[in-house]
Design a protein around this ligand. Structure first.
Ligand code: BGC
Length: 371
């Protein structure tokens, strides 16, 4: 089969020929890949950071945002069958005896750090014609999601961020966050970074009835801003307003979701958080970024305003299922919005163009591996 592999030490990506993976256990499932998305993590991996090779191998097949068709199932597989449309989760559990998250089936909160991630950390990914994995790592999609199901991975990350914020707020007894099905209605929320994660966040927040402001540095005419406004978002132009000045123009926010991944922006967003506010950070920033900031005022505000800042990564099955539900709903409610987030489709042969050329109008780019 064909696959897109990287050699991190050489900062190289290649379209390679490899053996097809085969079903080896009774609970395994073989799928034919249909589409696989590209994200910032893939680009970092190609540039030699973030990626970890599978044990004893020289190359890593990248890709972690996939959608596929089931073509073969092991003898004990009971939840999916050939012909089903599926997506696969990314993280695989560690076997550390004291990692209760992984033992309990929640590798997204692995505490040992020994988890593996397909296409990122120690396991081959999905940018390949065929994939085999245990049935427990697949989530079934309705066939109607064929044209945008590839968005489930980033959408699951967003679902986890929003759900965690609601859980934290309600657990600490804030009465206006008590009912998860209504608590976001009319809440003032800010999404920083309107790439695919940011737009999906805005879409899901709007489905919940939140008022959403979005912060980015692209022009008002960029497709992402048009789509953002179409779902009812209000754009804050980062070319005119710095992150630390947002509050002086727009007052403070109940919830901030950061999807920028730039340390200097992220840290300054916190100043836009209101009393009892909560800020979810999803962007993986560059490590070792030194900055001069007013720590005194940051801590002063955190304490005197009962604020919460938390980081969130990856997602478990519960949030993948919500992603499926909400993407389908959003696509209906907001005039095919999920489909329109996929702006570019490439053949795997076009990998140079797909990874290294960019335009202001791109949102999500995907590789098409099969029909
Ligand atoms: C992926 C996550 C992954 C994280 C850290 C992100 O790009 O979407 O699934 O856990 O990178 O490797």
């Amino acid at each position: 089969m064909k696959a897109l592999s990287i050699i991190p030490s050489q900062k190289t990506i290649l379209l390679t020929e490899r053996e097809d993976p085969q079903i080896q256990g009774p609970y395994e499932v073989k799928v034919k890949t249909l589409e696989v998305g590209i994200c910032g993590t893939d680009r970092e991996e190609i540039m030699g950071t973030h990626a970890e090779l599978p044990l004893g191998e020289k190359e890593l097949i990248i890709g972690h945002e996939m959608m596929a068709l089931v073509i073969e199932t092991g003898s004990n597989v009971s939840t999916i069958k050939p012909g089903d449309l599926v997506v696969a989760t990314v993280r695989r559990p560690c076997d550390h005896p004291e990692c209760y998250s992984c033992k309990g089936g929640h590798p997204d909160t692995c505490s040992s750090g020994l988890y593996l991630e397909r296409g990122i950390k120690g396991l081959h990914g999905f940018q390949a014609q065929f994939v085999v994995d245990h049935e427990m790592f697949f989530v079934k999609l309705p066939q109607s999601m064929r044209s945008y199901g590839v968005l489930c991975e980033p959408a699951a990350i967003v679902e986890k961020a929003i759900d965690s914020a609601i859980e934290i707020q309600s657990c600490r007894g804030l009465p206006d966050w008590d009912d998860p099905s209504t608590c976001l209605r009319g809440k003032k929320t800010l999404v920083a970074g309107l790439g695919s994660i940011g737009l999906l966040t805005a879409i899901i927040l709007r489905l919940h009835g939140a008022d959403v402001w979005g912060y980015d540095i692209v022009s008002q005419d960029a497709l992402r801003i048009q789509l953002f406004k179409e779902i009812g978002g209000s754009y804050i132009d980062g070319k005119k307003i710095t992150p630390s000045n947002i509050a002086s123009h727009y007052e403070s926010f109940d919830l901030i979701v950061e999807a920028v991944g730039v340390a200097s922006v992220t840290i300054n967003l916190i100043s836009a958080l209101g009393p009892n506010g909560i800020c979810a950070m999803t962007g993986v920033t560059e490590a070792n970024r030194m900055l001069e900031i007013n720590v005194g005022s940051l801590i002063y505000n955190l304490v005197l305003n009962n604020q919460v800042i938390f980081g969130t990564v990856n997602a478990g099955k519960k949030h993948w299922k919500r992603a499926v539900r909400d993407l389908e709903k959003a696509n209906t409610v907001f005039n095919r919005i999920a489909e329109r987030l996929i702006t570019h489709r490439f053949s795997p042969h076009e990998f140079q163009r797909a990874f290294f050329e960019s335009s202001e109008d791109e949102i999500k780019k995907v590789f098409v591996w099969g029909e």
